[in-house]
Design a protein. Structure first.
Lengths: 641, 339
């Protein structure tokens, strides 16, 4: 059935019969707008007046700052070291002085400020001592470990620390290295220009990565709208293990899973990584960074950025990380008068930048100056007419119209059932929607809501667990205290009667404990309020639960019934048993003390530490004895009741 | 703020609806040629009623009127209903049907995008049940009529039910081939002899098959323009052809051939214009096949065994009910999920 559908669909769509490429569902063909920024070669951007280096430029933990305000640093010197496994270092892009370590606005969809190191260049651009590596003869593990301090992250936009992708733990199961040079988003040309101008270095980078992964073959995927890049790469290929494969221009073929399918006809299972099936994907610019790190010892301090859109001279620039956006705009001939704002990334998945002072980061592959005639404001959304054009365009083969319906209705469980989390937010659905519904926004909303709900649930579970544990601890401490009391009483006093007192005391404590409305000593308010009663009731319930679960042999009391406030006969029985256990413990302690005492009497020794006590201590002992007598009397008089 | 994508490339709802209307034009031209200009009057009445009813309901529901009227969906409903009704249907019949379609079947469910049933077919079904006599009396095509009515005479008939002197209603109307076939079969006649009657043409109804052919043309344009997917018409026509072929093969004396069924009644209108309503239809490719095949089979069964000459309206409404189930059961495999 599906075969017939596919055949008929292809017949009507007139899909190219290129048997070498394995098409995925959907995709769209937006105008690529790449020609604008490829007329000029990659240019070096002049040293800006200051560099703002956000600590968070990658996926993972924030690195630990190694410098202080006022420190002089050299170009390439590490400013922050990676902390934890998934983390990346930050290096000084030029020589100069650290002038601030403070919160600044960073290029992020939230537009919120984050910790940044501000570096004021001295203009000399003095390199620190660089250490090139003879990667061909070095141990792979050492090489990958050294990459940890290179600061290199995925430059395609994902910014995942590169050293983690190369860790093979001795044995590698990666047979195929896929180099992602599809660059499917419109406007972006940084990878295109990189391949045209630096194909030789890129190929060397591929050699290194291939060597580190132990991958037998490498496929470089390039969209057919970059013929110059493809031919430059083909010409530069040095080994038969590398192959340049041209794929049809179709957004989002640059998505890793889509690209793997296109090139290899392999569908990565949704719950697995590409490495599970022996494939690792690297962006082409990342590979070049790896080459420069090993060959010259240069850490990640710059990248190529496409500055395009509504600027006088769209062009690619090699930009130091931390360079304020305004310097880049100036270099591109300035923005045209009707520029409204700037977009980082492509027009399909990019986001609005908060202002022109934000720094260029490791993720910044493209900056587009936006103007109304480039990106028209979307008309007001009309109702969904269920035309399913979105489903036809979805590269993940989801049903966006259903996801929209569920997300809009806050029906999150259903949205999850319909595989909301498989959505890659590529924007194809919104791109083709006749009703101009901002579908992706609905999915982002639903995803964040679901994640928040899951987190809240997790936190609640944790809090409950912690509370249960705390209550158990209080219980245990009480028990221990009672036991200690009993033991001390016996040990401190050589009278046989004392055992009775101890028992009485223990019982009293137990009694008082029962009477206490709130065993919680932290609650200082003495007046019993409704709230306190409620708390006490809750605690009592929790105790009952705890005991029930402790005693139940089936240990399946996590069921809903256990959470109910009503005391079931089982719970009561459990409580009784616990009480008996407790008394038995006390009795055992008393027995032990008695035995000790007996032994001591037989040996003709008095209890320890009663001889050389000070007057104060003796007074205390006497006082305690008196108290005990009193208690004994009280309990005796109470008995008849 | 992350509000990407910043670019879109899609026809608006209005453009889609306008293309559907455009695709109906060949059918309307053929219709006018065969049955006279009366249909243009019906179309005008239906369009006016639909827009007025839509505007009124939008106002009551406190929705913006202009964007929703401009989406042209009400006009599509009006045209489909008018084309499904017998030519020369009295004006009030068109008004009642259109009003019901727009107000009850569409706006009361929430307007565009929310109606579970095809509005035009709801309007049609209501009229068929309420006024069966008028709804099953079709005027003969002009070339077959004893007294072909002029446009002015048709106008008179539509608005005041008045015919020129000494012409009786029976003289201008006749049973449709589907209707005629059914009654004659009940009289124990054989298909071969029945279809020799003058009202039968090459494939279906004489004259009517031209209109049907024009619909097919318009439908192919819609597929070419990617306004409708090929799944629906293909599955509908294939199912209708398959079931009629099976019956015809078993007993050709009692069951008409597949071509007759494909080219008669509202088959082509249904295949390309009625079941292709996206709102009340399924969305998955596989679901579309099942849905359309279901309509095809039901249409045939109602035609052959039901109480009405044509079964399209009821078949569509019955399958509309199954849409949520069909969609739920035919979810395509998501990329990376197990086969």
């Amino acid at each position: 059935m599906n075969a017939i559908i596919n055949f008929a669909s292809n017949l009507i769509r007139g899909v190219s019969s290129n048997k070498d490429v394995f098409k995925f569902n959907g995709g769209v063909h937006p105008h690529d707008h790449k020609a604008e920024s490829t007329t000029l070669p990659i240019a070096q951007l002049a040293l800006p007046e200051k560099l703002i280096l956000p600590l968070r430029q990658h996926v993972g933990y924030i690195p630990k700052v190694l410098v202080q305000v006022g420190d002089f640093v050299l170009k390439g010197q590490m400013l922050a070291e990676p902390e934890g496994t998934v983390s990346a270092a930050i290096h000084a892009p030029t020589s100069g002085t650290i002038t601030a370590i403070s919160e600044q606005v960073i290029p992020h969809p939230s537009g919120l400020p984050d910790m940044c190191i501000t570096l004021t260049p001295d203009g000399k651009d003095t390199w620190a001592q660089l250490q090139p590596t003879d990667w061909r003869n070095a141990d792979k593990k050492v090489l990958v470990d050294s990459l940890r301090s290179s600061g290199i992250v995925g430059l395609g936009g994902a910014t995942f620390p590169t050293h983690i992708k190369l860790r093979t733990n001795g044995k590698s199961n990666v047979q195929t290295l896929v180099i992602n040079a599809a660059e499917c988003e419109p406007y972006i040309t940084c990878d295109d220009m990189l391949m045209r101008e630096r194909a030789d270095q890129v190929i060397k980078g591929i050699e290194i990565v291939q060597h580190l992964l132990g991958a037998e073959k490498c496929i470089i995927g390039i969209e057919d709208n970059k013929p110059q890049a493809a031919s430059a790469m083909t010409a530069a290929c040095t080994s038969k293990a590398m192959q340049v494969k041209v794929v049809p221009t179709l957004y989002p073929s640059g998505d890793a899973r889509r690209l793997i399918h296109l090139l290899l006809d392999i569908e990565i299972p949704n719950d697995k990584r590409s490495t599970d099936v022996g494939i690792q994907v690297f962006n082409i610019a990342t590979v070049l960074a790896v080459y420069r790190y090993f060959e010259f010892g240069e850490p990640a301090i710059n990248r190529i950025v496409t500055m395009t859109g509504n600027v006088a001279k769209p062009q690619n620039f090699e930009v130091l990380f931390g360079t304020p956006l305004e310097a880049l705009i100036k270099a591109a001939g300035g923005a045209k008068a009707d520029t409204t704002h700037y977009i980082m990334g492509g027009p399909m998945m990019g986001f609005d930048l908060p202002n022109e002072q934000v720094p260029i980061t490791k993720a910044a592959n493209c900056i587009i100056a936006a103007a109304p005639d480039l990106f028209a404001a979307p008309p007001p959304a009309m109702p969904c007419i269920r035309c399913a054009r979105c489903a036809d365009a979805c590269p993940v083969n989801l049903q966006p119209q259903e996801l929209y319906w569920f997300s809009k209705a806050d029906n999150f469980e259903k949205a999850r059932d319909y595989h909301l989390f498989d959505c890659i937010e590529c924007g194809c659905c919104t791109y083709v929607c006749p009703s101009d519904i901002p579908l992706v926004q609905y999915y982002r909303y639903a995803k964040s809501e679901i994640i928040a709900l899951d987190k809240a649930k997790e936190a609640a579970d944790l809090a409950r667990e912690r509370n249960d544990f705390r209550l158990a601890r209080i219980e245990r401490e009480k028990l221990e205290r009672a036991q200690k009391h009993a033991e001390r009483a016996l040990a401190g006093k050589a009278e046989a009667k004392s055992s009775e007192i101890a028992v009485a005391e223990a019982t009293k404590e137990q009694l008082s404990e029962k009477q206490e409305t709130a065993p919680n000593v932290e609650t200082t308010t003495s007046a019993p309020s409704d709230k306190q009663v409620a708390i006490a009731a809750a605690i009592a319930r929790a105790k009952a639960q705890k005991l029930a679960s402790a005693n139940a042999t089936e240990s399946t009391t996590e069921s809903a019934t256990a959470t109910e406030a009503i005391k079931t006969p089982e719970v009561e029985a459990a409580e009784l048993k616990a009480k008996q256990d407790k008394q038995a413990l006390i009795a055992a302690a008393i027995e032990r003390a008695k035995a000790q005492k007996l032994a001591a009497a037989q040996a003709g020794v008095t209890p320890k530490n009663v001889e050389n006590v000070s007057a104060a201590v003796q007074a205390e002992i006497n006082e305690t004895d008196a108290l005990r007598e009193k208690v004994k009397l009280a309990t005796e008089t109470k008995k008849p009741e | 703020m992350n509000r990407s994508p910043y670019i879109t490339d899609a026809p608006t709802v209005s453009i889609i609806m306008l293309k559907v209307l455009l695709a109906l034009v060949p059918g309307i031209i053929a219709y006018t040629w065969i049955y006279g200009g009366g249909i243009l009057v019906s179309l005008t009445i239906a369009t006016t009623t639909a827009l007025a009813a839509e505007a009124m309901l939008l106002k009551i529901r406190q929705r913006p009127i202009k964007p929703y009227l401009m989406d042209m969906s009400a006009v599509v409903t009006a045209w489909l209903l008018a084309l499904a009704l017998p030519p020369l249907a009295p004006w009030w019949l068109v008004v009642v049907g259109t009003f019901f379609a727009i107000v009850i079947a569409k706006q009361l469910y929430g307007g565009l995008g929310y109606n579970p049933f095809n509005p035009a077919m709801v309007g049609y079904a209501v009229l068929l049940i309420s006024f069966p006599l008028i709804m099953t009396k079709w005027p003969a095509p002009l070339l077959l009529a004893e007294h072909p009515l002029s446009f002015i005479e048709q106008l008179h008939f539509i608005f005041s039910n008045v015919l020129p002197n000494d012409i009786k209603v029976d003289a201008i109307t006749s049973a449709t081939p589907l209707d005629y076939l059914k009654t004659q079969l009940m009289l124990k006649h054989e298909v071969a002899s029945i279809t020799e009657a003058s009202i039968f043409g090459q494939f279906g109804a004489k004259g009517g098959e031209v209109v049907t052919g024009a619909y097919l043309l318009g439908g192919l344009y819609l597929i070419q323009q990617r306004i409708i997917s090929w799944h629906l018409p293909t599955a509908f026509l294939a199912a209708l052809a398959a079931i009629s072929f099976t019956f015809c093969a078993i007993n050709p004396a009692h069951y008409a051939n597949p071509l007759f069924h494909l080219m008669s009644g509202a088959s082509m209108l249904c295949a390309f214009f009625i079941i292709t309503d996206p709102v009340s239809g399924p969305t998955t490719p596989r679901g579309k096949l099942y849905f359309a095949a279901g309509v095809g089979v039901l249409t045939y069964l109602i035609r052959v065994y039901g109480g009405y000459p044509d079964g399209v309206a009821f078949a569509v409404l019955l399958m509309n009910m199954c849409v949520p189930l069909i969609d739920a059961l035919t979810q395509p495999r998501v990329f990376g999920h197990k086969k």
